[in-house]
Design a protein around this ligand. Sequence first.
Ligand code: NAG
Length: 325
Amino acid sequence: MLLLLLGILPQISCRENTQVSPLGVPEICAQMSPCGADCYTTCDNPCQCDLAANKEVPFPSYGGSCQDTGFCEGEFLHLEDCIEEGGPSCPTMLGTEEAVEKFSTFDFRIDVRTVEEWNEGHANMSIHTPGLANFPAANYLDKIGGLEHKKVLVYCRSGGRAFAASIHLLKYGFSDINSFYHGGFPNLNAAIQEDSEEREDHPTKSFCYVTGPSDICPTPLPTSHISSIDDITRLGRRVTLVDVRSKAPHRLANAKVVFTDKEKKVKRFVKKLTKKRDVLVVFCKGGNSAFAGAKKIKEQWDGVIYWVDNGGFEFLQELFGTEEI
Ligand SMILES: *[C@@H]1O[C@H](CO)[C@@H](O)[C@H](O)[C@H]1NC(C)=O
C-alpha cells in the first residue's frame, strides 16, 4: 500500500522561499547553512535573522526568535507545556482515549521508533520514519514529502520521541500534527484491541488499521494514498467500485450499487464475483458505512476487499465523475 505513495511524490524544494525571497535558493542556502548550500537547512529553518528582519525570507510560522547562532530557532517547547497549555507552536496532544477514538480518522500515522521496535510490532497503516525525533523532517521527504496538509498522528514508544518528531514536522510545514503522548505504541495497540473487542461491531475501523487486512478486516484504502484513477486500477485486474450509500441521487460512473443492509442483495452480488479476478473497492459518503459494508461483504466472500476511508464518495467523484441514476 505504501508503494502507492511513490506515485504521488511532488517536486520537493524550498518552494516557499523561492516565492518570497528575491534571492535565489542557492544563495539563501549558502548564507543560511553552516554547512554550505544545504537545502534542507533552508527549508527547515526558513529564516536567518537579518534576512527575516528585512522580510526577505519568511519568519517561521511556528514562532521563533533569533538565537546567538545567527539562525532563527523555534522557541524551546516542552512536552509537558504542550500537554498542559498547548499553543500555536504545539502539536495537538492526544491521550489514550482520544487516540483510540480518532485512530482511523488520520490521513497518516507516523511511527518514529527504531527499526528494531518497528519490527517488534507496529500499526499496519503507518509510515516508518526512524530517527525523525532527531533529524529534520526534510530528511524524510521520500516518505512524507507533499503531504504537509494532511492530518497526521505521530507515535513512538512512550511519547517523548513522538513529541520531538512532531515539532520537526511542524517546523517543516505540516499543519495538522497530532502527537500521542500517553504510553506509546504498545499501550495504544492494547487499548485499541480492547476497545474493539468490547464492541458489538468488532472489529472496529481502528482495530483494522492496526492489524491490517485479515480474515475479519477488509483493507483500508486511505484517500491520501489515491491521487489518480491509476492508483485504483493498480489494485487488481478487475476492480469493481462498490457504492454502499443507502440514498444517492447521483452515482459514481461505473460503480455497482449494493445495499449491504439487505442480506439477499449482498448474496446475489457476491455470487457473481470470482476470487481470482475481482478486487472490490467499497465506498460511501464519509467512510463509516464503507467499512461496515466491506465487512459485510467479507463475511460472504474472501477475495480482496478495500474500503475507502474518510473521503468516500466525494473524493472518488472527482476522479471518476458521476451519472444520474
Ligand atoms: C500490513 O498488513 C499486510 C497484510 O497482513 C502486510 O502485507 C503489509 O506488509 C502490512 N504493512 C505494514 C506497513 O505493516
